[in-house]
Design a binder for this molecule. Structure first.
Ligand SMILES: [Cu+2]
Length: 157
């Protein structure tokens, strides 16, 4: 927006109409600095620190973030599928894909969950947990769902 001094003088010399044109041009470039001012001002839940959007479908769990800072973590879960699902948070050193025991995932280390009644079709529910640093798995352990691919890794730092 920096202009040669002579250009500013020209604007002044040309009168109010042209001057306001010059002014709005300068202010609009100043009002939109490089970066993400629009995103910073947004009020989407996903931008709240410690909040993770989790979308459950057949047969996938998609989290808006793979990590969160230790402390209160809110999972904002929505069942976007056509059958009930659940969200189980398991603290484990194993990978999310490596929990199979028999036909289901081993839930040893379960620190909290939303069951299939909470996550009925099209339901949205939040689960707030106090999480310590470490590796977690977000899974749906309804029959066949984990094996179908409903698991994702999550790390608390
Ligand atoms: Cu499921």
């Amino acid at each position: 927006m920096r202009r040669p001094y002579g250009f500013s003088l020209l604007c002044l010399a040309l009168g109010a109409t042209v001057m306001s044109g010059c002014g709005s041009d300068a202010s609009s470039s100043a009002a939109v600095p490089p970066g993400t001012s629009a995103e910073t001002g947004a009020t989407t839940a996903g931008s709240t620190p410690g909040t993770v959007q989790v979308a459950l479908t057949e047969y996938k769990i998609a989290a808006s973030a793979a990590t969160a800072p230790a402390g209160r973590v809110t999972f904002d879960a929505s069942n976007d599928g056509v059958i009930p699902h659940e969200l189980v948070v398991v603290k484990t050193d194993a990978t999310a894909a490596g929990l199979l025991k028999g036909s289901k995932a081993d839930e040893t280390g379960n620190v909290g969950e939303l069951d299939e009644r909470a996550l009925a079709v099209k339901a949205t529910k939040t689960l707030t947990l106090d999480l310590k640093p470490g590796h977690y798995a977000l899974i749906c352990n309804l029959p066949g769902h984990y094996q179908g691919g409903m698991h994702t890794d999550f790390t608390v730092t």
